[in-house]
Design a protein around this ligand. Structure first.
Ligand code: IPE
Ligand code: IPE
Ligand code: MG
Length: 262
């Protein structure tokens, strides 16, 4: 950590002590977008853009952990990303291996729990093994929930949940009327974790692209224009501060002065 980062962290800690902590999200989700455009801007290959993106990833994970946030979900590879050129898909698959090879020890030491969101069975063997091993190694950890979405699509996740619940009904374990919102949450990859409070998508795009549709029901959205490889911890802090200024209502009337005025 450099001096500026230490100072920023100290400021945030201070803010937490003075009551601002309640305003920190429990669960942050990030759609890491803009690697391709960053590469084009720098006249580099798309693969180089993705590689640069993993540098940002490291910093953001570290900072999230330092702040004591409960859960961080990162969109790394969608079910639709298979439609990209084969060389780019191959580069992304290689990056998955490289990322875990270089980070797993430190993450484990920091008590981080890794969970893969998505269908691991649809990945090449090496990636499947690496990801499964990362989950296994960190499953007893009690720190940050680090969810990495690989071969993930939210609609596919919901279909999977529907099938599991339908099977329970078929076996006579529950009645259809007993299916609840909680039960659906419990059959998603993120079972047991809080819903997303803050969703960040870099690069100025403003869409979900099939990411955590159910979990984002009441999330606050922030869309910084910065491309993912250029995204910094300082900018991340600005997104967190923006979240703190949002008035979350969850459908209720939260301003008491408005009560009885209807
Ligand atoms: C996001 O960057 C990373 C992945 C989808 C894996 P992109 O590759 O989508 O970057 P742009 O949108 O082309 O700039
Ligand atoms: C979403 O970004 C997937 C990831 C960031 C991994 P995309 O770049 O694939 O999404 P679209 O195609 O712009 O919607
Ligand atoms: Mg993109």
């Amino acid at each position: 950590m450099n001096t500026k980062q230490v100072r920023d962290l100290w400021k945030l800690r201070k803010a937490m002590e003075t009551g601002e902590a309640e305003k920190l999200p429990k669960h942050v989700a990030i759609i890491m977008d803009g690697n391709g455009r960053w590469a084009r801007q720098h006249r580099l290959s798309v693969s180089r853009g993705h590689r640069q993106g993993t540098e940002t990833l490291r910093e953001i994970i570290r900072h999230t952990d330092d702040l004591g946030i409960q859960a961080l979900s990162l969109y790394a590879f969608s079910t639709e990303n298979w439609n990209r050129p084969p060389e780019e898909v191959a580069a992304l698959m290689q990056l998955i291996l490289d990322f875990f090879a270089s980070e797993i020890d430190e993450l484990n030491e920091k008590n981080v729990r890794i969970l893969i969101l998505g269908d691991k069975a649809g990945l090449p063997e090496q990636q499947r093994e690496t990801l499964t091993e990362a989950e296994r190694r960190t499953e007893k950890n009690t720190g940050l929930h680090l969810n990495i979405a690989v071969n993930y699509g939210s609609r596919a996740e919901l279909v999977r949940a529907a099938r599991e619940i339908a099977e329970m009904v078929r076996r006579g374990e529950i009645r259809a009327e007993e299916i609840s919102e909680q039960m659906i949450s419990d059959h998603l990859y993120t079972a047991g974790q809080p819903d997303v409070d803050l969703l960040i998508r870099t690069s100025g795009e403003m869409r979900l692209s099939n990411f955590l549709l159910y979990q984002n029901a009441y999330a606050e959205f922030v869309f910084p224009n910065t491309l993912w490889p250029d995204f910094t911890v300082a900018e991340y802090d600005r997104c967190l501060a923006e979240f703190g200024r949002r008035d979350r209502r969850f459908g209720a009337r939260t301003d008491p002065s408005e009560e009885g005025k209807a």
